[in-house]
Design a protein around this ligand. Structure first.
Ligand code: F6P
Length: 378
């Protein structure tokens, strides 16, 4: 940290937490924030398991020994939670089995006060940053750092974790190609992403999938089957289809794998890969298999691009805190590090546009999106 910034010191003790699903690069942000703070003689307290740690008073000091050697480690040393929202915390169930909810914001704010925490760095996705905005409104200065493998946060062109998830999914596509080619099959690879097709689009292009199905472009099974049959007709004896978990057929709906009523975002998607594989086999006679990559995409060591981005984000978060520029979310826009109001991403999703440059490039190399009946492979 620049010395003049350190001298300003509008805060003395900061809290750091990670909320939502784990994501490669969380530890790299924790490290950058902690090291930046320590360089200015600020104290750093780590809050465990997201905002839930404030309810149970699980708060611990972070120093060099805690953050040394964690840059390349996946997950989060602080633990995380993608179910707890202090404003509507589930405290039990009524006679009908419905969750009973209570507002625990005051209890959480009290824990912060007891520990003398002046400000928080909140690392999370839209749900976590929405909660951070509630704390900002309650008078706790917050800086948000955008994370999600889904890359669907409004206000930033990129979130950390996305590059690693894409690398993992691409590697999986490369691997299933072996079986697809050896057995002349269609292999369907289902990737994560919630309602956004970013992971499927990028991994599909990087892995040279023949078809990519994303939520933003509902697919027609007839169009997809025709496209795959045109491949067979041209002597292409295998096909790879990369499907986003949120993809849905035209006029149909997404496939839900579970509903968790204790979670602020209760829907968990999953299963569309098997549906597509079964339908393709039924309609074309091409033997088909599916694989769901699931949480493998959230795990493992962050790729270098995510380590770099996380470090930049963490450093910028500390700058904002020291400048007294509070209640902001760090963002990357047009390749430049910047920041936006922390309330901006709340309740929104950044989806793939149908005319995204990468979609045009993919179509240009003959990739099908299952939306054009009569489409032939290149
Ligand atoms: O938002 C990250 C994400 O991994 C999504 O891609 C996926 O839909 C969801 O979280 C899975 O959540 P959970 O870990 O609760 O199953």
């Amino acid at each position: 940290m620049a010395d003049n910034l350190c001298m300003a010191k509008p805060v003395r003790r900061i809290g750091v937490l990670t909320g939502g699903g784990d994501c490669p690069g969380l530890n790299a942000v924790i490290r950058a924030v902690t090291m930046g703070a320590l360089a200015c003689d600020l104290e750093v307290l780590g809050i465990e398991d997201g905002f839930f740690g404030l309810v149970e008073n699980r708060v611990r000091p972070l120093g060099i020994p805690e953050v040394g050697g964690i840059l390349n480690v996946g997950g989060t040393i602080l633990g995380s939670n993608n179910k707890f929202n202090p404003k509507s915390a589930v405290i039990g169930r009524d006679e009908q089995g419905k969750p009973i909810k209570r507002d625990m914001t005051e209890l959480c704010v009290n824990t912060l006060r007891v520990h003398g925490i002046d400000a928080m760095v909140v690392i999370g996705g839209d749900g976590t940053l929405t909660i951070a905005n509630d704390f900002a409104q309650a008078g706790i200065p917050c800086i948000g750092v955008p994370k999600t493998i889904d890359n669907d946060l409004v206000g930033t062109d990129i979130t950390f974790g996305f590059a690693t998830a894409v690398a993992t999914a691409t590697d999986a596509i490369d691997k299933v190609r072996t079986t697809a080619a050896s057995h002349h099959r269609a292999m369907v690879v289902e990737v994560m992403g919630r309602n956004a097709g970013w992971i499927a689009l990028h991994a599909g292009v990087a892995g040279a999938a023949h078809a990519i199905l994303i939520p933003e472009i509902p697919f027609s099974l007839d169009a997809l089957a025709g496209f795959l049959q045109s491949r067979v007709a041209k002597g292409r004896r295998h096909s790879i289809i990369c499907v986003a978990e949120g993809a849905k057929p035209m006029g149909g709906s997404q496939i839900v794998s579970r509903v968790d009523d204790t979670s602020p975002d209760p829907i968990r998607l999953g299963g569309v890969g098997k549906y597509v594989a079964d339908e393709v086999e039924k309609r074309t006679g091409i033997e088909s298999r599916s694989v769901i990559l699931g949480h493998v995409q959230r795990g493992g060591t962050p790729v270098p691009a995510d380590r770099v981005l996380s470090t930049q984000f963490g450093h910028h978060a500390m700058h904002l805190l020291l400048e007294g520029k509070w209640n902001r979310m760090v963002a990357m826009q047009n390749g430049k590090l910047t920041d936006i109001d922390i309330s901006e991403p709340a309740g929104k999703q950044r989806l793939v546009k149908r005319d995204d440059a990468l979609i045009r490039a993919a179509r240009g190399v003959g990739t099908g999106f299952g939306d054009q009946v009569g489409e032939q492979c290149a």
